[in-house]
Design a protein around this ligand. Sequence first.
Ligand code: FE2
Length: 258
Amino acid sequence: MKILFLADVFGVPGRRAVEEHLPGLRERYDADLAIVNGENAADGAGITPKLADKLLAAGADVVTLGNHTYRRGGIAAYLAASERVIRPANSGAEAPGRGMAVVEARNGVEVAVLNLLGQLFLPTPVSPWEMVDALVEEARAAAPVVILDFHAEATSEKVALATWLDGRVTAVIGTHTHIQTNDARILPGGTAAISDAGMTGPHDSVIGVRSDLAIARMRTRLPVRFEPAEGDVRLEGVLLTCTDGGRAEAIELVRVPA
Ligand code: FE2
């Protein structure tokens, strides 16, 4: 079976690219399931209930999030009720929502999608290492195919977690840096892994933000209001091929101009 994963959807350009191209990409890749990271959908930081609904309507079966999950009004109540829009499982005991979605793919196979935050260089409430084993056990009891979106800054942490989970999950897909890495691979135990799947959004930018604004903030250290860039919009992510039993067979980079 095939699973399409689209990396961090950034602002209006990213969301429009998903709406325009996801249905066609699902067809072209013969995808049984589509997972979309929507953590930057609202102007580059967070997501609103309306935008989450738009990503689902465009063909995402599951939407994952990240460190900006609770930035926007209304999203906490939305997440508390949603089964398909999930936030990092290690967001803390008081955080509304769930860290796992179990959905049926088009071919009838159940797929568990997990979301975790890294703890290096991010203000993460609970160490992912503290809960990943129990979370993966729960997922494996619910579905043969298990996909983890690991939203983290450091490649070392992403490689370490993928190696720790090798043979226990179908794929560990890194997100958050918006820079697609060239290390998509199948680990010895049969788990697919990539450090970062990239960004669905404007690549003529500093990771999605207008370059002049990002550079001004770094150069001057003064507060500068960020705005999404507009140019060179691409959809990035990965296409996974796996057995119905959840063993990864292939992982390919997806990079498509919008
Ligand atoms: Fe992020």
